[in-house]
Design a binder for this molecule. Sequence first.
Ligand code: GDP
Length: 140
Amino acid sequence: MALEKTFSILKPDVTRRNLTGKINEKIESAGLRIIAQKRLWLTRPQAEAFYGVHATRSFFDDLCTFMTSGPVVVQVLEGENAVVNYRNVMGATNPANATPGTIRKEFAESIEANSVHGSDSLENAATEIKFFFGDIEIVG
Ligand code: GDP
């Protein structure tokens, strides 16, 4: 197993409902260490750039509106197999399909307001971490 870093966002539905601590308890209980963290209100250009891979999808506009509707908490997580481990803790994109005990099953409001983002590969994790954090902000 390899020690990896992955990137996490607690989305606006989480900050609105004051669930930051509850979600991070799930993350930490899964053996993931929060080694960088900040609370931001994304601008529209930031949201569009971050989700650029989805620019042609029908839900892109709605997704960017949602992601700029309130503060988010961006985090770097570290642990063994962190990318896959965190994706498993998150659960399926659509909470209706998520496994019991996952963050999305317990907390997500809808397929869009689904509480958390997590990188889907080690390569994307590195890109997403760089998008939000400088090296001196990441303290393992
Ligand atoms: P993820 O990797 O599980 O977050 O899923 P995707 O990369 O496929 O989608 C990115 C984000 O877009 C999701 O987390 C949702 O917030 C949103 N999203 C995905 N599918 C839909 C959809 O069908 N409708 C809407 N409104 N939002 C969606």
